[in-house]
Design a protein around this ligand. Structure first.
Ligand code: ZN
Length: 274
């Protein structure tokens, strides 16, 4: 539990690159690591800023974001509440529009989709569709001298992410990771955890991890496991049980992926059976 400081001091964004600073939201947990990273983007000397993922609707956190403003526009990497729930209240505080792929998260006229280029606060942001963690997951490329990519939950600063079955799909996720891998030595500004020096290496490690898990899931099926929860207990035995419900979603996504690729393996369990 955090307490407001007696002097009423606000958290100040930590500068990560010349264009990007981060405010850590006070929502740590097994799924959110240290908390959600709220990114504040602006060119040196620009007055306004772009806010990516306001995080939870926590007063002190939203106040710190607003104090870093004026806020020109709020972007969401995806709709999960630990990224998006503060967007409505921040919109009320700042009048900044909220842009997201999922129409239910938008506030304002404009959507957000693959290929869009946003020019605001002196920065140029290109939108990459990177579905897989969820179907609405986007990444944001900061172009110019200070190239970086904001990856939301598609690549985290440490650990691995969940393929949130049934909305998230493993085949999409692998395609998105390959796309991020092609960015090479671009700084990763993730939705949780510390920044990473190179998208290429980070995506490579994620792809290797996914393949290893896929091999383990296949082995578990071959060994006779018939439910996602049995597979989790076998394959994720080394992982904190607090993460098992999330792991079960990833296992279901993996079973779906295997089913789609090997139709002749009709004996694979239905992913929606517990
Ligand atoms: Zn998420």
């Amino acid at each position: 539990m955090r307490h407001p400081s007696p002097t009423g001091e606000r958290a100040v964004p930590r500068e990560v690159t010349a264009l990007a600073s981060v405010l850590l939201a006070p929502n740590p947990g097994p799924m959110t690591l240290d908390g959600t990273n709220t990114w504040i983007l602006r060119a040196p000397g620009a007055t306004g800023c772009v806010v990516v993922d306001p995080g939870p609707p926590e007063r002190g956190h939203l106040g710190a974001i607003a104090a870093a403003g004026p806020v020109d526009v709020i972007l969401l990497t995806h709709g999960h509440i630990d990224h998006s729930e503060g967007a409505g209240p921040l919109h009320d505080m700042t009048s900044a529009p909220v842009r997201a792929l999922d129409i239910t998260h938008r506030l304002g006229e404009e959507g957000l989709t693959e290929g869009d280029v946003i020019s605001a606060a002196g920065v140029e942001i290109r939108v990459l569709a990177t579905p897989g963690h969820t179907s609405d997951s986007l990444s944001f490329m900061l172009v110019g001298d200070q190239v970086a990519v904001l990856t939301g939950d598609t690549i985290l600063g440490r650990g691995s992410t969940v393929v949130a079955h049934p909305d998230g799909r493993l085949g999409d996720y692998l395609t998105s990771l390959r796309r991020l891998r092609d960015l090479g030595d671009v700084t990763v500004l993730p939705g949780h955890g510390p920044e990473l020096p190179a998208a290429g290496r980070a995506a490579d490690a994620y792809l290797a991890h996914r393949q290893a898990r896929l091999d383990q899931v296949q082995a578990a099926l071959t060994a006779g496991d018939t439910t996602a929860s049995e597979i989790v207990q076998r394959v994720y035995a080394d992982v904190d049980p607090a993460l098992w419900p999330a792991a079960e979603l990833s296992v279901r996504a993996q079973i779906d992926y295997l089913r789609e690729r090997w139709h002749h393996l009709a004996a694979l369990p239905e992913s929606h059976h517990a």
